[in-house]
Ligand binder design. Structure first.
Ligand code: SF4
Length: 186
């Protein structure tokens, strides 16, 4: 090779930086959209907001092809084992966005059936606020994930493990006893 060409044709970097750059530029989200936040998630991928500018437009509904879980909407206690199963099947390294008030806190649905924040059961990396968040806000959340990948390369080591055993949010009451029907006890 002509040594005179080398100064203009060589780029030195670290392998970790190249790997991180490829990861952050090709996120494949898995949309777990259960409610109205899902509509904003769909809008984010539309031509108006063009999520492809950030390399994250390839939404996949197979967890084995995804590395970014976006939970958009409220999650009930019956759904959580399914969501955890999906999370477990996703490829490593993987990241999680909690989109909207319902996913992050339960929102206005303060009842026994709704999970009051998915971070009780999943390691959430970025919370996107709003009810619903606008597409720009979700894009900012995805950029925050990219920032995490740039800075660390891998998910944080201190993320808490999955809590697979879901505690019941309410206890069944005892059945009524000593009911009398027409003067007789059943
Ligand atoms: S945060 Fe608001 S917009 Fe999103 S799912 Fe809950 S109620 Fe719907």
């Amino acid at each position: 090779m002509d040594p005179l060409l080398l100064p203009d044709n060589l780029l030195t970097t670290q392998l970790k930086k190249v790997v991180n750059w490829s990861r952050r530029s090709s996120l494949w989200p898995l949309p777990f959209a259960t409610a109205c936040c899902g509509i904003e998630l769909m809008a984010t991928a539309s031509s108006r907001y063009d999520l492809a500018r950030f390399g994250a437009e390839a939404m996949r509904f197979s967890p084995r092809q995804s590395d970014l879980l976006i939970v958009a909407g409220r999650v009930t206690i019956k759904m959580m084992p399914v969501l955890q199963h999906i999370y477990q099947q996703m490829t490593e390294p993987k990241w999680v966005i909690s989109m909207g008030a319902c996913a992050s806190t339960g929102g206005v649905f303060d009842c026994y059936a709704t999970i009051q924040g998915i971070d009780q059961f999943l390691p959430v990396d970025v919370y996107v606020p709003g009810c619903p968040p606008r597409p720009e806000t979700l894009i900012e959340g995805i950029m925050a994930i990219q920032g995490i990948i740039d800075s660390e390369g891998l998910p944080a080591k201190d993320r808490h493990p999955l809590r697979l055993a879901i505690e019941p949010a309410s206890r069944p009451t005892s059945p009524p006893v000593a009911i009398t029907v027409e003067g007789k006890t059943p």
